[in-house]
Design a binder for this molecule. Structure first.
Ligand SMILES: Nc1nc2c(c(=O)[nH]1)N[C@H]1C(S)=C(S)[C@@H](COP(=O)(O)OP(=O)(O)OC[C@H]3O[C@@H](n4cnc5c(=O)[nH]c(N)nc54)[C@H](O)[C@@H]3O)O[C@H]1N2
Ligand SMILES: Nc1nc2c(c(=O)[nH]1)N[C@H]1C(S)=C(S)[C@@H](COP(=O)(O)OP(=O)(O)OC[C@H]3O[C@@H](n4cnc5c(=O)[nH]c(N)nc54)[C@H](O)[C@@H]3O)O[C@H]1N2
Ligand code: SF4
Ligand SMILES: [Mo]
Length: 719
């Protein structure tokens, strides 16, 4: 659309924010200025609102902060500019040399949940077909993998929210477990405000009194790492207070008998001892949750990034199932997925155990189907590989060469000092990025790539809504898209025509590869997305009218096209008739509480927990380069309670040394009564001496392989 802005003609392009999983709608106004202007636009999840990160996102397009030509490391150890020809040749050589000397699994790929569906799909195919390595995983393993595992176990399907976000405003009670969405998804806070305006209630579970917790009718403030006991304790009260939905348990679930003993073993006084949450608050939470005609539990990284994250989410799902709060309108469990394409990025094959369409790599039928789409022998597809931290830990050992696309593990991986050493021990490291991230600084070759406004592609937001980011401007001359990089490398590895660089062509292939899988995109086209506010998967291609774009695809037990705010396309609500398990029943998780991998001790007497602040995004690679955001959140800090500060003899702003079994970090104290006195909090957005991940514990959840970012034991003293 062309509009007049002042005297100058400008073109408006509707697209979406490059950052978090809310994928707020925005319009880019392209005029005579050097950078496009971000303009608010009505879209169902954000209804016009944008946070500061989205509002300033166009600044990262500036040549002043981004990479504009490939870099290669010379014999003298310095990075210097190079042609694309030379850079891609060097990458192909580096990967092939490692393969020739040490075998296929000596070459690894590390992807990202910020990559579009097309990129995530192409990257997974590149690893399996062109490299034939099993060694691929991605940063989403650090994000929502525990919730994904728990949802697959309980419901037979993992779509972050099985309902549109707007449903949150119309239910009766929401329990928000370990989400600080006032800072991490600010426009979503409005749905909670509306919930309260509609007479609903909000319970927030967080060891800190965050801006989100301040909105709550009830704030439960447990010790870090005790959410599993808390959920079991609430369910115990549901049982003893006669609040079970026996009818629902009998007709729509399985496994209750096996689950009940674990629940009964967590009586209220014990749960108070473990969690620190007083029994009367537990009772009040149960009353609020069960008195409401409908209710919803939402989890985010707080309960999930634990070495028992899968069981913990399972316990919260149990609470929903036992009270009949699942598979019904306006009731259910949902996970607030984090990254821009955190949902789609986990569906199309960059995960160690997975093929496109959320198929399993160890399923012979799935292998045969996808191998058919790819034109290869199923026997030639590698098996499942290692999880993200295990892969990083193996660098320089049995993995000799690594390609990173869309992650900055030097800042964001657990036990980051060790991970940095492992990266340095590689024979060859290539990084595709938009900026010279801390990880790119270690690379042998850095490939500069285009950004969201300069390329077209789809992402799938936290609701499972597949949306289209449209190209608004041309990229600078020296950069190429990730798809062009993959295509160029594949050609050098002998796969000339199998890796198209055109996003729509890749999406067409993805649709075919996903057809019949749990995350079926075969009925979704760019045109269909463009004609709506996005399309919710599953969305199989209409069988009756080939080529028709109008039929509504819907999976089993789902509700097609129920209108909430707008006419919804695809399958906005899942599980209303049946769950996606073989027998259609949701499965209870028979779980018991266990301590964190590391609990406080005499030497390390406090809990450290980590997370985010409003103005920085993730490893900060992008947002630390935006002046307004950097002014708002210029550096790391250690949040601690006034009583702890007094005990340690420190004042606000004093430099604190925080030490764990893995290392020492130094950052200024931020004294605040909003945190438990036994816990300190650090945001993880910065490299250097204040890097929170120097301290964190890579203890893994046995099922999801999620590291324990949210709990470890530390000593705190004046630096
Ligand atoms: N501003 C900003 N927004 C973002 C991002 C960002 O980096 N910056 N990242 C995006 C991504 S990828 C993600 S995954 C999401 C994450 O979104 P959130 O999950 O909301 O973010 P976190 O700050 O990691 O953690 C949320 C809360 O968990 C609490 N917590 C810590 N330990 C525990 C515990 O043991 N139990 C419980 N119940 N709570 C605990 C913390 O105090 C914190 O307030 O945000 C997305 N949005
Ligand atoms: N202590 C602690 N650590 C954590 C967490 C925590 O709560 N506490 N949270 C974890 C979570 S939930 C997450 S999601 C991870 C995230 O951590 P990271 O994986 O480091 O995420 P980002 O900082 O978003 O890194 C993305 C990188 O890719 C680049 N990039 C952006 N878009 C593109 C693209 O389209 N193509 C390419 N090639 N590059 C691109 C960016 O410039 C950036 O350098 O951190 C995890 N680490
Ligand atoms: S909430 Fe997330 S998607 Fe929306 S503007 Fe902010 S960073 Fe972008
Ligand atoms: Mo995340």
């Amino acid at each position: 659309m062309t509009t007049a802005v002042g005297d100058v003609a400008a073109t408006d392009v509707d697209t979406h924010c490059p950052y978090c999983a809310l994928q707020c709608g925005m319009t880019l106004r392209v005029g005579s200025g050097a950078l496009p202007e971000v303009v608010e636009r009505a879209f169902p999840v954000n209804r016009g609102a944008l946070c500061g990160k989205g509002r300033t996102s166009a600044e990262v397009l500036s040549g002043a902060v981004r990479l504009s030509e490939p870099l290669v490391r010379d014999a003298d150890g310095q990075l210097r500019a190079a042609s694309w020809q030379e850079a891609l040749d060097r990458v192909a050589e580096g990967l092939l040399r490692a393969r020739a000397r040490h075998g296929r699994d000596a070459v690894a790929v590390f992807g990202g949940g910020g990559l579009t569906n097309e990129k995530a799909y192409a990257l997974g195919k590149f690893a399996r077909v062109a490299l034939r390595t099993s060694q691929i995983d991605y940063n989403g393993r650090f994000c929502m993998s525990s919730a994904a595992m728990a949802q697959n176990r309980a419901f037979g399907l993992d779509r972050g929210l099985p309902f549109p976000l707007a449903d949150v405003a119309r239910t009766g009670c929401v329990i928000l477990v370990g989400s600080n969405l006032a800072d991490t998804m600010p426009p979503a806070l409005r749905w909670l405000t509306e919930l309260k305006e509609n007479g609903g209630t909000l319970i927030v579970v967080d060891p800190r009194r965050t801006r989100t917790a301040e909105q709550a009718d009830l704030h439960l403030q447990p010790r870090p790492g005790t959410d599993l006991a808390l959920a079991l304790g609430l369910l115990h009260l549901v049982v003893t207070e006669g609040r079970l939905d026996e009818e629902f348990i009998a007709s729509r679930t399985s496994g209750w008998e096996e689950t009940l003993p674990g629940v009964m073993a967590h009586w209220p006084e014990l749960v108070e001892r473990i969690t620190g949450v007083p029994v009367p608050q537990l009772r009040r939470a149960v009353a609020m949750f069960c008195d409401a005609p409908e209710s919803i539990v939402l989890t985010a990284r707080g309960p999930e990034q634990q070495s028992k994250g899968t069981d913990t989410v399972g316990a919260w799902i149990n609470l929903c199932l036992a009270t009949g709060r699942a598979g019904r309108p306006l009731s259910g469990y949902g996970c607030l997925t984090g990254q821009g394409n955190g949902q789609g990025g986990r569906e199309h094959g960059q995960k160690a155990d997975q093929l496109p369409g959320y198929r399993k790599l160890d399923d012979p039928a799935a292998r045969a189907y996808v191998a058919g789409v790819w034109g290869v022998d199923p026997q030639d597809l590698p098996g499942p590989g290692r999880s993200a931290y295990e892969l990083l830990d193996a660098l320089g050992r049995d993995i000799k060469a690594l390609l990173v696309m869309g992650s900055n593990p030097v800042v964001s991986a657990p036990r980051a000092g060790h991970v940095t050493e492992r990266l340095a021990a590689l024979d060859f490291l290539a990084v595709c990025d938009v900026v010279l991230s801390e990880t790119a600084q270690l690379a042998d070759v850095v490939l500069p790539v285009t950004q969201w406004a300069e390329e077209t592609g789809t992402t799938t937001n936290l609701e499972g809504r597949v949306i289209l980011r449209r190209k608004a401007i041309d990229p600078p001359a020296g950069v190429r898209s990730d798809l062009e990089v993959i295509s160029g490398l594949a050609a050098r590895l002998g796969w000339e025509n199998s890796f198209p660089a055109d996003p729509e062509e890749v999406f067409t292939e993805l649709r075919q590869a996903s057809a019949g899988g749990p995350a079926d995109y075969s009925g979704i086209t760019y045109d269909r997305i463009a004609a709506s506010d996005g399309v919710f998967w599953p969305c199989p291609a209409p069988e009756t009218e080939p080529g028709s774009d109008t039929a509504t695809g819907a999976g089993p037990g789902t509700e097609p096209a129920a209108g909430a705010e707008t006419a919804e396309d695809g399958t906005p609500r899942l599980f209303l008739q049946r769950f996606a398990t073989p027998d259609g029943r949701a499965r209870f998780a028979p779980v018991e509480h266990r301590p964190a991998a590391e609990e406080p001790s005499a030497e390390y007497p406090y809990y450290l927990t980590t997370g985010r602040v409003l103005a920085q995004y993730q490893s900060g690679a992008q947002t630390r380069r935006v002046r307004e955001l950097n002014d708002a959140a210029p550096g790391p800090f250690v949040q601690l309670h006034p009583r702890l500060a007094e005990k340690l003899g420190v004042a606000d702003g004093d430099r604190l040394a925080v030490t764990s079994r893995r290392g020492r970090a130094v950052a200024p104290a931020r004294v605040s009564a909003a945190i438990r006195p036994d816990t300190v909090f650090m945001p993880f957005h910065w490299p250097g001496e204040g890097r929170a991940n120097t301290l964190t514990n890579p203890a893994l959840d046995p099922a999801s392989r999620m590291p324990e970012f949210k709990v470890c034991a530390v000593r705190v003293e004046r630096a």
